[in-house]
Design a protein around this ligand. Sequence first.
Ligand SMILES: *[C@@H]1O[C@H](CO)[C@@H](O)[C@H](O)[C@H]1NC(C)=O
Ligand SMILES: *[C@@H]1O[C@H](CO)[C@@H](O)[C@H](O)[C@H]1NC(C)=O
Length: 456
Amino acid sequence: MTEEEALLENGDEASWNHEVQMLRQRKQRSRTVAAIILARTLFAFFLFWLVFQYILPSTPKTLTEKARVELKSHVLFEEGVPKISRKEFLGRQKKLATVLSKAGVDAFIAEPSPSTAYYTNVSSDFDLSERPFLIIITATGEFAYLAPKFELGRIATLQMVSDKTKVIEWQEEESPFGVLKKEMGFKSVMLDEHARFFIASGLKKTGMEVVDMSREVQGLRAVKSHDEVMILRAVNEFTLHVVQALAKHISVGDTAADIMQAARTLFNLGGTEVGDGVWAIILFGEEAANPHGGANGRKLREGEFVLIDIGTSLWGYGSDVTRTFVPQGSKVSEELLGVWWTVYAAQTAAIMLMRNNKTCSVVDGASRKVIANSGFGEFYTHRLGHGLGLEMHEHPYLNGANPEKLEGIYVTAKQARTLKLKIEEGFGIRLEDPILVTEEGPLLMTGARAQGPYQP
Ligand SMILES: *[C@@H]1O[C@H](CO)[C@@H](O)[C@H](O)[C@H]1NC(C)=O
Ligand SMILES: *[C@@H]1O[C@H](CO)[C@@H](O)[C@H](O)[C@H]1NC(C)=O
């Protein structure tokens, strides 16, 4: 018997009607509640679906994805860094003319090279051929170039900087050097150190005296201007940030190829030029005992250091940074940690001496002494460092034989670069920071030295 039949049996009609009404309302309400529960359940499913479909996949998983999150604030940083101005190029030509005039030579002659990039904005990317294309700056400050006649069109597309340009063209049936001698009447010229031998001998055959690039001319490029420093600082700081971003996420099992791929992605975030210029040496454990590598693409193992020597370039200026560190969640022996600190102390000793008027060999010697005192002297086979600018390695070189002084009223970019060390099982530790030698003392172009083996 249902509730309705029971009511019908023992109630009067009015109260029966009322009771039926109430019952219907109750049923209605429970249907609404069921509908709400169903709707909520469906909504919950929808939310789960959203999370799995869209939100979870964007949580970084690979080394590349994780590391790139760290560099958000550097996206396209290169666009904010000014290039070398026309005014500065012209100023460099003027300074060079003064030095040439003092040296008693008529002109400086160079093939497309870092020197021409420096004085006239013609980069060394220009392909050299057997036909001479020579850039000439005279002791009176004139600018000229010698070029094969049929190449003039291609050469005109270069964004060469000069006040006035004298174009000396030579035809296939002429001697380029003879044409140069006839047009300019030079008696004595200084040849850029990168020029090829047949250029030197060709010039000599015309009766010109050809002298080597002088220390003073090398010094012009070694001492960096304010704008050059801004570029070097921006690109070296960025390079260190890339290394630090990688270091936070590199772990046992990664290969050098994984790290390189991630590094490329991170450099690309900085802009086109820094993205295009990336190079790196990535070494694990004993591979690092050999300063330039390691070829065997093996996986990073527990208990090993990672060594990353990496750089790129911006507006032609290089970055070159090395860090040796313990990867995330890993440990290395106390002995290895001790050697890390020895290398750090050697770098400190060198940096302390990176001041005006200090001799290159003395700075090199200071770092060497720290290593020798710890008993690793025989394994320090590499020079301390080198200049950095339009070339990754340039004057002056910090080695035991170089009597040059660190000088320049304003600045010189220098590098404290240490070193290769090896104990029985084989390992290598290097720390490298470009340093600017200023009147006030050494200035880090990376912005910060390594803090320790766990904090590159
Ligand atoms: C130098 O050449 C580069 C291209 O290689 C160009 O972007 C830059 O504007 C040039 N600089 C000057 C001052 O013309
Ligand atoms: C470096 O030496 C030159 C002369 O050799 C001197 O005039 C200059 O003051 C010195 N600079 C420093 C920082 O010692």
